[in-house]
Design a protein around this ligand. Structure first.
Ligand code: MIG
Length: 685
């Protein structure tokens, strides 16, 4: 059951799609809250938790020792969120160390599962803090400065049921084209078409499978959105046709900020039509980002959104079928005001120049820490279809609506075809328009583990098409880290190797022993029919793609606490190796399973294992997975790109002679209506 509580007059975020009558919460003169519309015998938010509107909104409840707290989508730390605090504030912070409380997304859905059992979704577009046993170990507090919001209370029969209801509430997840399940190579720094050709050749000539190359800001002319540098990429249409012949797709990046440059039509039109975010005095707000000074398109304005979305057509017309939206928290290196203030502060410190004491030196260092400042988010306004709203009040909706702008324009530009779209920043609701990648991680083993733990939380919040920068974005990767990360990445829908400018090159062919990479990538392609089918089931039935063991075996204390193993779809349990120099790992089996160890893309061992604790050996080039009883794993013949995928013959792993079947989804991989155009076929063994 879902109840929707209304506090005040909330901003309509369109995160939810179900039309549910809301229950108004009333506040008496002495501050007592009541929900008069609630029939007495029903569970009520106000009896379940103590809610106050005295100093902003707060909701507090006591956690039992047995309660775990799940959710929050793209957030730091473990699957069970207990023990820390998290602030939904879409943030461009490229150092996801353990103490960080905000990443790029704002996914305000949590579930308390244990002695109690319910879910809460806070539809609130500004900063909101989830203190989950941080201030007091036994207390959950959710607080926000504002008091106008919707809170959804979802009760049900365990975690899986609550997730299903929540996902029904927020609408069907985005479904990408089939080729988006192919392997993507990316790097910040492919500066011209020859760099791109070299990457294509590096993969194709070494028979390393590849479907796409994503293009970072280097392809643009002076970082101007929807332009292509004519010197470095003289003919994008020809280049994309050339790549298509090799079965390759291009995925260009689009940034949020539009360069201020007279004569640049996006800038000119935006100014003329008042499509940019404005300061209080009505002038266009200026933010420094990659192109230097920019304006932010007002993504919360319907007309501006349509206008911005239409520009994607320029690249689509040149053969482009996929995009990634970046810097859309929106990230701000500096504002004009912030920059002026920084120079003023330095001026004040000038006298200390010859012999600064520590305080002065600290102040000098701090003077230019002016990126992504709260003050800047308070300096500009949106025109939400007639309503003027200060940005900080709706901060978490920006990336969501940039991606929505693109998606809605795709519906007009190519109504029958699915395009690939993923974003850095997001809010719940955006999952209907595109996927996300999890931003600027590092080439750290701990970030491989973070990737593993984040996947089920993303599933809970509807972000099915997602994945991390495999191999790590910042810092220098190593061969073993990349191999282990790819061995996990072959199971994530978005499988992209991406790295930052200036770091060690991390395309697979940069390392020795290419056959190890080849085997792992080829195995990905063998798994795509399973992955794609399970993706469709999760999207069409509002189910999890990645499931924590705790949700399936809630009575099993060890399963409940196991966070480095995940269920993927109906039959697989993933047990990635996330430790340097490890030649295997401990695994826990809540039930008897078949251990499948892929020693290459074609070869594997099958070992029945009984429930309980085991140590499995797993070499650097091997992929360990477990198959649950009663399930089959179909494997396509290996190939080098999705265009070569052969659905006519499958190798089927699992128990023979038991009449087991697997339901597989097939379609052309790009038409838009999966229920109408797709077909379910039955695989047997
Ligand atoms: O300020 O476009 O997260 O994937 O390579 C950095 C350059 C801007 C951040 C993205 C990253 C991308 C990078 N971008």
């Amino acid at each position: 059951m879902i109840q929707k509580y209304r506090f005040g007059t909330p901003i309509e975020t369109e995160a939810a799609v179900l039309d549910i009558t809301s229950i108004p919460v009333e506040r008496s003169a002495d501050g007592i809250l009541s929900a008069p519309d609630i029939v007495n015998d029903e569970a009520c938010l106000l009896t379940l938790a103590s809610v106050s509107l005295d100093k902003g909104f707060s909701l507090t409840l006591t956690l039992d020792d047995r309660d775990a707290v799940y959710g929050l989508g793209e957030a730091n730390r473990g699957i069970n969120k207990r023990g820390h605090l998290y602030i939904s504030h879409c943030n461009d912070d490229p150092n996801h160390t353990e103490e960080k409380v905000s990443l790029y997304g704002a996914h305000n859905f949590i579930m308390v599962i244990g002695a109690k059992c319910f879910g809460l979704f806070f539809d609130y577009p500004s900063d909101i803090c989830f203190d989950i046993g941080y201030t007091r170990q036994d207390t959950l507090t959710v607080r926000a400065d504002g008091t106008e919001l919707y809170v959804y209370l979802i009760t049900g029969d365990g975690a899986l049921d609550i997730v299903r209801q929540f996902r029904w509430l927020i609408g069907r997840s985005y479904i990408p084209p089939l080729w988006a399940f192919g392997y993507i190579q990316s790097r910040w720094g492919y500066k011209n078409e020859n760099d791109i050709r070299r990457v294509a050749a590096g993969y194709r000539s070494n028979h390393l499978p590849l479907d796409s190359i994503s293009m970072d800001i280097d392809y643009m002319e002076d970082y101007k959105d929807f332009t292509v540098d004519q010197e470095r990429f003289p003919d994008l249409s020809a280049l994309s046709a050339e790549m298509k012949e090799q079965g390759l797709h291009f995925i260009p990046i689009i940034d949020a900020g539009v360069k201020i440059e007279p004569g640049y039509d996006v800038y000119e039109e935006g100014v003329k039509n008042n499509y940019f975010c404005k300061r209080a005095d009505g002038t266009d707000f200026v933010a420094g980002v990659w192109p230097g000074k920019t304006h932010f398109p007002d993504m919360l304005n319907t007309k501006a959104r349509r206008w911005f979305g239409n520009y994607y057509k320029r690249l689509i017309d040149q053969g482009i079928e996929g995009f990634w939206n970046d810097m859309n928290e929106p990230a701000i290196f500096y504002s004009e005001e912030g920059l002026a203030e920084a120079f003023r502060r330095m001026e004040e410190l000038r006298e200390q120049k010859e012999n600064p004491d520590l305080n002065a030196f600290g102040a000098m260092c701090d003077a230019f820490c002016i990126s992504n400042l709260q003050e800047d988010y308070e300096r500009f306004y949106h025109n939400m279809d007639g309503k003027k709203i200060r940005h900080d009040k709706v901060h978490n909706l920006y990336g969501y609506n940039m991606t929505r702008a693109a998606s809605e324009s795709f519906d007009e530009i190519c109504p029958d075809r699915r395009l690939l779209l993923f974003s850095r920043s997001s809010y719940i609701g955006m999952h209907r328009y595109g996927g996300i990648w999890t931003g600027d991680n590092h080439s750290w083993w701990s970030h491989l583990l973070l990737n593993v733990k984040m996947m089920p939380s993303l599933s809970m919040c509807g972000f099915l098409y997602s994945g991390a920068d495999l191999g790590g974005f910042g810092s220098n990767t190593t061969r073993d880290l990349l191999l282990r990360w790819l061995a996990f990445g072959i199971f994530t829908p978005l499988m992209r190797n991406h790295s930052a400018l200036g770091t060690r090159e991390q395309e697979c062919y940069q390392f020795e022993g290419l056959e190890d990479f080849r085997n792992i990538l080829r195995l990905r392609y063998r798994l795509i029919p399973y992955l794609y089918s399970e993706y469709m089931k999760a999207a069409l039935n509002d189910e999890l793609l990645f499931t924590p063991l705790a949700f399936v075996w809630p009575q099993d204390a060890v399963a409940r606490e196991t966070e480095d193993q995940l269920l993927l779809g109906e039959g697989l349990m993933l047990t990635p190796v996330c430790q340097q120099n490890a030649t295997g790992r401990h695994v826990y089996l809540p039930e008897d399973m078949l251990f499948l160890l892929f020693t290459s893309s074609e070869e594997y061992t099958v070992t029945p294992m009984s429930a309980g604790h085991h140590y499995i050996s797993c070499g650097l080039a091997e992929v360990p997975v477990f198959l649950r009883p009663g399930h089959l794993l179909p494997l396509a013949p290996s190939c080098e790109c999705t265009a070569q995928l052969d659905y006519s013959s499958f190798e089927v792993l699992g128990e023979a002679g038991k009449g087991l079947t697997y339901s597989m989804y097939t379609d052309d991989g790009y038409t838009k209506h999966p229920e109408r155009d797709g077909r379910w076929i039955t695989i047997t063994k």
